[in-house]
Ligand binder design. Structure first.
Ligand code: DC
Length: 223
């Protein structure tokens, strides 16, 4: 069984997918981390990341590799483990800009498809149910209001000792939503056969339970 989870930034996709993976015995594949690794490479290359032509030419130099070590996904960029550097705000915002470039998407698609073909994965991103795994047995579109997502992000940053401005965080999230939903290739949208889960008023446990029960339902139907 493959499970696809799509949704906007800050909806809780990775937290939820990791927990569901554990419950269901699936391998968690975080495709956002792949786009972040390419963004990290582009930021380090000194090019203007808003210049699509330059991004297109340069991105193929990013050799992204996913390795599972002690059951955890580690992302290697040209042989270096960069997992710990991918969650920075600048990397996420750049990934949202550079992921609109077709060459960047092409570059990562075969890696994602290869993991999907092995089966038994729960993969999250923006275009998983629509493009990468249109054949996934269970598809979820996970969302929450931008207000709630910004609040969660502020709490996360505060826990790291930062002092973010709520309005700024909210604007960043809304800008990313706009870019992710309005790009020409593989925009973020709910697949026709995806189940919508709005987590605004749900706890993490409730969301995990909901998704696991959808998966159980599928497995029982199959028997
Ligand atoms: O899920 P995330 O915040 O780690 O993703 C970072 C950016 O990568 C996101 O703003 C858009 C892009 N992305 C994408 O275009 N397609 C995916 N399947 C996953 C992420």
């Amino acid at each position: 069984m493959n499970v696809a989870i799509d949704g906007p930034a800050g909806a809780g996709k990775s937290t939820i997918a990791k927990k569901c993976a554990k419950e269901l015995g699936l391998i968690y594949v975080d495709t956002g981390a792949m786009y972040r690794a390419v963004a990290l490479y582009l930021l380090g290359s000194g090019i203007d990341v808003n210049d699509a032509e330059k991004v297109s030419e340069t991105c193929t130099g990013a050799d992204v590799d996913i390795r599972y070590e002690d059951g955890v996904q580690n992302v290697y960029l040209n042989g270096e483990n960069v997992t710990g550097r991918l969650r920075e705000e600048a990397v996420g915002n750049t990934a949202s800009v550079t992921s609109v470039v077709p060459k960047v998407r092409e570059h990562l698609f075969s890696l994602q498809r290869g993991l999907a073909d092995r089966g038994g994965v729960i993969m999250d991103g923006r275009d998983i149910g629509t493009v990468v795994m249109p054949d996934a047995e269970v598809k979820i579109y996970l969302t929450a209001s931008s207000e709630v997502r910004a609040k969660r992000r502020v709490l996360e940053l505060e826990a790291k000792g930062e002092h973010p401005d709520f309005e700024e965080v909210k604007k960043d999230i809304e800008d990313r939503d706009y870019r992710d939903m309005h790009r020409e290739i593989s925009p973020l949208k709910q697949a026709d056969d995806a189940v919508l889960v709005d987590t605004s008023d749900m706890t993490i446990e409730q969301v995990v339970e909901k998704i696991c029960s959808l998966c159980d339902k599928f497995l029982k139907q199959k028997k």
